[in-house]
Design a protein around this ligand. Structure first.
Ligand code: CP3
Length: 349
């Protein structure tokens, strides 16, 4: 079978035979195969057992005609490895039982070698890489310094991230120390994922859209730049920067060092592209709830996005955020089919 390199070509702004598509959270609860495994194993067990993580990574690849794999893991295992006690509480989401609230808490964080401390994900990447055998590209990922700091300080998800932002404004030196430590660890973690076989990387800064452009530039951007520079110091793989509600931050995010910028559905894709500049590739941006609409609506919504950037190289189709639980799997197949069918430049062999 010829290797599918559409995704990597689009990351590099090269022409493709059809627009590549993959979905954030393409493995997860909307799939019955995943739910069956989760009846027997906790989410952390799934992540920390390389064979299970590899199996889950393949579930959506077997079900759908996706153009990239993403390793099954979570952004919160990195702060856990640095000493924060993580628990996934059913119905509530992830919680850190000992969040960072004082400057001393930062000094108590462990200095880790992520290749060791997060060796389960590195091993899962090796397993998946071996099994993929070059057929599909594998994406590695990490949370970004800001989003991980928010979780580490709040101890859970939050609407306004008032604790995290108070920490940022009241103790800026400690804030920068925390983000610098996270950036270093994230950079080394991503580099280890590439060394293990990941051929592209995505940095999830999911919550960064709560910041003003001034605060983003001052409190976050230098740390994101450091993480991405460390990540690609040795292997120059394409890096995707993802965030939500980033419309006002896009010109700054474009200077993060990422080659591809992921955007959510709250901005028109073509408008986002003009803000990040034509030299960057772009990923997005269908509203994940559109997958609950009837098939013909899904197809039309996909075509609207595709037509808006028609003829331009460097578009990777994705949702604007992760696939939601209870999304009908047939609708995921419909979406992928429409992206490929509508953009195919040559008849399929
Ligand atoms: O994309 C993929 O298929 C790879 C797997 C992946 C997971 N988490 C598995 C997971 C990825 C890329 C993530 C990233 C992640 N994790 C982010 C950034 C992306 C985003 O959605 O903004 C964030 C913020 C987290 C933290 C996290 N993990 C939360 C808030 C939750 C609970 C969410 C919920 O819907 O309950 C998780 C749990 C989690 N991580 C699940 C999956 C498939 C659902 C867990 C389950 O099986 O119960």
């Amino acid at each position: 079978m010829t290797p599918n390199d559409r995704f990597l070509k689009a990351c590099r702004h090269e022409p493709v035979d059809a627009t590549p598509v993959w979905l954030m959270r393409q493995a997860g609860r909307y799939m019955s195969e995943y739910r069956r495994l989760r009846e027997k194993h906790s989410i952390l067990e799934c992540i920390k057992t390389p064979e299970l993580a590899a199996e889950i990574t393949f579930q959506p690849l077997k079900a759908f005609d996706l153009d990239a794999a993403i390793i099954f893991a979570d952004i919160l295992t990195l702060p856990e490895a640095m000493g924060l006690q993580l628990e996934f509480i059913g119905g509530e989401g992830p919680v850190f039982h000992n969040p960072i609230r004082h400057t001393d808490d930062i000094d108590r964080l462990h200095d880790i070698d992520p290749a060791e401390a997060l060796g389960f994900t590195i091993d899962a990447i090796k397993l998946v890489t071996r099994e993929l055998n070059g057929r599909l590209p594998l994406i590695g990922f990490s949370g970004a310094p800001f989003t991980l700091a928010c979780y580490a300080i709040e101890g859970s998800g939050s609407r306004h991230f008032a604790l995290a932002k108070s920490f940022m404004y009241q103790q800026p030196d400690a804030w920068h120390r925390l983000l610098d430590r996270l950036a270093t660890t994230i950079g080394h973690y991503l580099a280890a994922q590439t060394a293990a076989g990941a051929v592209a990387l995505q940095l999830f800064d999911s919550w960064v859209g709560i910041l003003s452009p001034q605060d983003y530039a001052e409190y976050v951007l230098p740390h994101t730049q450091k993480a991405l520079a460390l990540a690609t110091a040795k292997h120059k793989v394409p890096c995707i920067h993802f965030g939500t509600e980033t419309a006002t931050l896009l010109p700054a995010i474009a200077t993060s060092g990422a080659n591809v910028i992921g955007v959510d559905w709250r901005i028109l894709l073509q408008e986002a592209w003009s803000l990040i500049g034509p030299d960057k590739a772009i990923q997005g941006n269908l509203d994940p709830t559109v997958l609950f609409a009837p098939p013909e609506h899904i197809r039309q919504a996909a075509r609207e996005i595709l037509d808006a950037v028609k003829g331009q190289t460097g578009h990777i189709f994705n949702l604007g955020h992760g696939v939601l639980p209870r999304t009908p799997t047939e609708h995921v197949a419909v979406l992928i089919d429409e992206v490929h069918r509508h953009t195919a430049t040559a008849p399929s062999p």
